[in-house]
Write a protein that binds this ligand. Structure first.
Ligand code: GUN
Length: 292
């Protein structure tokens, strides 16, 4: 069994971008600029956005962090997005999800300019991704997983991949990318969800499992074939008084029990999380350099 070290792979990717950005700066070219919007005080969202902004700073990007109270009006948020759309210094805009119930996520996502939608959530980017168009921004988590598979030379061609979860952010785009005629890709993909029958049987036929259902330690060893590649997207905070933070992070995979059966497995934390950030940075870099 080998650990797929997302932290290490992300570092390699980010270092390459950092060198390119420094080169741009010395030649007087624009450096990428990400604007991140956080609404409310969701602890996990705060952690994620802080991490994204910190990474921008580490690799020489400009960043703007915009924080709003939970009760900000939808109109005010949409106005801000419009302002950022028109701001020529900004290359990428992300609005951290989930949003409070009184704000329409659909309206917010669709308000972001397609060319600045570095999260790849806009319907036009989703459509372009499905058609395999290079200019599409691919959602950061599935894109990060594809990069992780690529950088670690995991064979995917002809393999049976089972994706657990059908969210717009992870499961659905993941299933498209794995089935694309690309490397990594060329998988035969099964998407499972809460209404799937015979889930254990389907999972145990998988060469590759991507677990993205948001249920702590859902994937058990009897659901996993010997030698499978297991990618864990889940990240749930479990209260734990012995930790300084007051919680420990647990994935969708029962890691200790499942790991011995795998050829490769991602840890939580340090697997998919850092790759999501690396993919977001790649998208932001692409948005900037496409305008050269
Ligand atoms: N919430 C959970 N994952 C993501 C993500 O990748 N981007 C944004 N904007 N919100 C999220």
């Amino acid at each position: 069994m080998q650990i797929l070290d997302g932290k290490k792979t992300a570092k390699t990717i980010l270092n390459t971008i950092k060198i390119d950005v420094a080169q741009r700066a010395t030649t007087g070219k624009k450096v990428p600029h990400l604007a991140a919007i956080l609404v409310g005080a969701n602890g996990a969202s705060q952690t994620y956005v802080n991490s994204k902004v910190r990474t921008c700073n580490e690799i020489g990007f400009n960043s703007t962090m915009i924080e709003y109270e939970e009760d900000i009006s939808e109109m005010k948020l949409l106005d801000k997005i419009q302002e950022l759309n028109e701001d020529l210094s900004v290359d990428g805009i992300l609005v951290q999800l989930p949003l409070p119930a009184h704000i329409s996520e659909k309206k917010v996502i669709e308000a972001i300019a397609v060319a600045k939608d570095v999260d790849g959530f806009h319907p036009e980017n989703i459509g372009r991704m499905i058609m395999g168009e290079e200019e599409a921004f691919v959602p950061a988590t599935p894109y990060g997983i594809m990069l992780l598979l690529e950088h670690n030379n995991i064979t995917t061609k002809g393999k049976h991949a089972v994706v657990l979860g059908r969210s717009n952010i992870v499961g659905r785009p993941m299933s498209i990318l794995l089935s694309n005629n690309s490397n990594p890709g060329n998988c035969t993909v099964t998407v499972c969800h809460s209404k799937t029958e015979n889930l254990n049987e389907i999972c145990s036929q998988a060469d590759i499992i991507v677990a993205a259902i948001g249920q702590a330690e859902f994937l058990q060893p009897e659901m996993v074939k010997d030698g499978a590649v297991v990618i864990d997207v889940g990240i749930t905070r479990i209260p734990d008084d012995s930790k300084k933070s007051g919680y420990r992070l647990v994935g969708d995979v029962d890691f200790d029990k499942v790991a011995p059966k795998c050829s490769f497995i991602t840890p939580v934390p340090g697997g998919v999380g850092p790759m999501t950030i690396a993919a977001l940075m790649k998208n932001t870099y692409k948005s900037c350099t496409e305008k050269d």
